[in-house]
Design a protein around this ligand. Sequence first.
Ligand code: HEM
Length: 181
Amino acid sequence: MYGLVNKAIKDLVVTNYGEEAWIEIASRAGFDEGEFLGLQPYPDKLTYDLVRHASEVLKADAHVILEAFGEYWITYTAEEGYGELMDLSGNNFSDFLSNLDMLHTRMSNMMPHLAPPQFTTRNEKSNSLELEYRSERAGLTPMLFGLIKGLGKRFGLTCRIKQLVEKGPDSDCHVFLIEWE
Ligand code: HEM
């Protein structure tokens, strides 16, 4: 994944647990370059290793870390130069969710090797919708819980998220029910 993602993981760890914890995590993951370059692609394995070692060093489940990371990503990207893109992606929560592919497509102009997830909204009601999530990567659904919660907060909403369907032999995507108030 692009370095921007790894940078955000580092920032989350350093902000909440301090520099020492990060140095230990980066060293266990075999990353000795100090800084990530936001616009450079890194192997996915590095990102997964960072999460795995963060889980060990911080003694927290990987899914808790991924969820916290998802929520952090919403404010991190807004502050790290992508605020305008966020503003362009929808004036309300459900429009924003419908525009997630457009958001990532715009990122591919700057990041030609981006392998973005794909999202489809369906069954939209006044206070709920279902979100289909497709990705070539496995294991990231906990991140969705944080991303959606964080995005809801951006619009002053409290969200309930439930996974309705897991990707598998019977479905080519994960499906989430999102309700808000
Ligand atoms: C300005 C805001 C955003 C930016 C700049 C951004 C950019 C990115 C980048 C660079 C990646 C890594 C993909 C790669 O390197 O191949 C990524 C992955 C991802 N993004 Fe976004 N994104 C933003 C907002 C969102 C939002 C709001 C959501 C969902 C609510 C979302 C969902 C995801 C997910 C789930 C992944 C993990 C990759 C996967 O599932 O395969 N992103 N995004």
